[in-house]
Design a binder for this molecule. Structure first.
Ligand SMILES: [Zn+2]
Length: 174
């Protein structure tokens, strides 16, 4: 199945950044957002923020939430023929979820260690590319890094400023 071109990836990532930015006016601001699109139709299937703090669940990363929403909406386990976007490089848990969901492509904006780690200390530095290379399914899952990275970095910065203005500390639940 043909993968989205550069312009489509950039447009979808900008739309995801705009969606994720709306979390800044909620009780739980987050720079982590994810969306799933149908590769054939180009239709948006799901999008979500992370809800780790809101739902007190360390597994509720944006990518996992977007996958759960998509599979429930479609009524099937496989997201073959779909692409996942994330404002941040997926962690090993999320990338494993992408492999389990049989996604064909993962596109991300900001880097885990260089951009996100200062905002939210990460639990691992295993990259999504490393996990994708160990995938057992054919065709495998392609990984496209740093699409609209600056816009995603700005999201992290602005979220941090919002948290500071409300005197919220992250991670406050630890
Ligand atoms: Zn994750």
């Amino acid at each position: 199945m043909p993968l989205p071109d550069k312009a489509a990836n950039e447009l979808r990532m900008r739309e995801l950044v705009a969606f994720t930015r709306t979390s800044l006016s909620t009780p739980h601001p987050s720079p982590f957002g994810s969306s799933v699109y149908d590769l054939q139709s180009g239709e948006l299937v799901s999008q979500s923020y992370d809800t780790v703090i809101a739902e007190t669940d360390p597994t509720n990363h944006a990518e996992v939430n977007a996958i759960r929403l998509a599979t429930r909406r479609l009524g099937r386990l496989s997201l073959a023929g779909h692409v996942l976007y994330s404002t941040c490089e997926p962690c090993p848990m999320c990338m494993s979820a992408c492999l389990w969901a049989e996604l064909e492509l993962v596109v991300f904006g900001a880097s885990t260690m260089e951009d996100a780690n200062a905002y939210w200390p990460q639990s691992s530095d295993v990259t999504p590319q490393e996990l994708a290379q160990r995938g057992l399914r054919e065709p495998g899952c392609a990984v496209l890094p740093h699409v609209e990275r600056a816009a995603c970095q700005a999201l992290f910065h602005d979220c941090d400023a919002e948290l500071a203005s409300r005197e919220l500390r992250l991670p406050p639940h630890r």
